[in-house]
Design a protein around this ligand. Structure first.
Ligand SMILES: Cc1ncc(COP(=O)(O)O)c(C=O)c1O
Length: 394
């Protein structure tokens, strides 16, 4: 495993000196355990017998006929706890146990990472504390109760924009104070080195499976792989094994919020510039003085002003194209997939799907007729029903 702290000019460890010992300890643990036969055996067993891997590849006949492109879904929504997050939390919880830690601390936005952390911790006998912005606690009430049921303590963060950014700040503070006993189970492929590499390591199972499944089902690779980008973990996991396949276009979809001019959004690659947040140098929404700007998206999991450094690098090199989809487009895609294929997608994943719908509708050659598109369906939408009902005015 390549453990360099930079992806091109992005990444690094922009943390106070006191946070360096646990980051160094984590990097050492990655070297010692991740490729060891004991770790691999236990992780693979848990992934298949507890988390539900491999997740299926599903062809969408009705939607494909409607849009004129062949759509395939990588079904991370079918995993235990309902999203891709569990690939990472299970791996990190197991690593924490190999390191002799007894507790996990985590941040969460949509609550999916918090639920996946609490579940993995319960399975592996670790205690958990989860920090969550007060705004997200309100809009993802069901997930808060699930975390508590799974034995986690949930702390509502009242600082700043009261969303994911502020939850990460609090979780880092907690980790600093409890580093001897506690592992920080970071939820996305961002943050100080080695987290972007660690999270990508556990999430790249998505593209490893999907690439092989696609070849078996279709006989060739997809023309495009599309994934939503919050911090970037489902996208980097969904892209990673396709990176050397130059004939496969990779598309990351950021959240454009309401889409009105001057509105808050959550699209740092398209609308931000390089800056430092949460220990990393990466694309960032910031004002002219470098102060972090609040983000906004209808989907809590995408509501983050930064993005993992590997995505900033892949955008800079041009290997991955990043585009923006707004709240209303995502909500329409949420309805469309439910109606046509009987699958209710998470609002986060609906952004990826909405991009395909938009491009198919343009008929300007952006998405050729009958092209084969793999969409990473990062999670299921049950958690988003309240938001959907609000949208309908019910
Ligand atoms: C279902 C789902 N998809 C996507 C995301 C965005 O995170 P990431 O960009 O790390 O995949 C989240 C975050 O909570 C999520 O719950």
């Amino acid at each position: 495993m390549n453990l360099t702290p930079y992806f091109g000019s992005f990444g690094g460890q922009f943390v106070p000196e006191v946070l360096m010992p646990p980051l160094i300890e984590l990097e050492e643990a990655m070297k010692n355990y991740l490729d060891s036969p004991e770790f691999l055996e236990q992780n693979n067993n848990l992934l298949s017998s507890w988390a539900g891997r491999p997740s299926p590849l599903t062809f969408c006949p009705v939607l494909s006929a409607e849009l004129g492109v062949e759509i395939y879904l990588k079904r991370e929504d079918l995993l235990h706890t309902g999203a891709h997050k569990v690939n990472n939390t299970l791996g990190q919880a197991l690593l924490a146990r190999f390191m002799g830690k007894t507790s996990l601390v985590a941040e969460t936005g949509a609550g999916q990472h918090g639920v996946a952390t609490a579940a993995a911790a319960a399975r592996l006998g670790l205690s958990t504390i989860v920090f969550m912005g007060e705004v997200d606690v309100r809009r993802q009430r069901l997930n808060v109760e699930r975390m508590k049921l799974l034995g986690a303590e949930v702390v509502a963060v009242k600082d700043g924009s009261k969303t994911l950014k502020d939850a990460i700040n609090e979780a880092l503070r907690h980790w600093l104070a409890h580093q001897k006993t506690t592992h920080y189970c970071f939820g996305t492929a961002a943050g100080p080195h080695p987290f972007p590499t660690l999270v990508r390591h556990f999430q790249s199972v998505i593209s490893r499976e999907a690439r092989a499944q696609f070849l078996t089902a279709v006989g060739r690779l997809p023309d495009k792989v599309v994934a939503c980008v919050g911090g970037g973990s489902n996208a980097i996991g969904g892209f990673y094994e396709f990176l050397p396949d130059e004939e496969v276009d990779l598309v990351g979809v950021e959240a454009g919020g309401t889409g009105e001019p001057g509105c808050w959004n959550s699209a740092p690659i398209n609308l931000g510039r390089p800056g430092i947040l949460h220990g990393q140098l990466s694309m960032l929404l910031q004002d002219p003085c470098g102060q972090v700007q609040p983000s906004h998206s209808i989907s809590a999991g995408l509501d983050y002003p930064g993005v993992g450094p590997e995505h900033s690098h892949l955008a800079a090199t041009g290997r991955v194209k990043y585009d923006v989809v707004c709240d209303s487009e995502a909500l329409e895609a949420f309805k469309l997939l439910s109606r046509t294929e009987g699958v209710i997608p998470a609002l986060e994943s609906s952004h990826a799907l909405a991009w395909v719908v938009k491009m198919a509708g343009l008929k300007d050659g952006s998405l050729k007729k009958n092209s084969k598109v793999l969409v990473i369906l990062s999670g299921r939408g049950d958690k988003d029903m309240d938001i959907y009902l609000d949208y309908l005015g019910r």
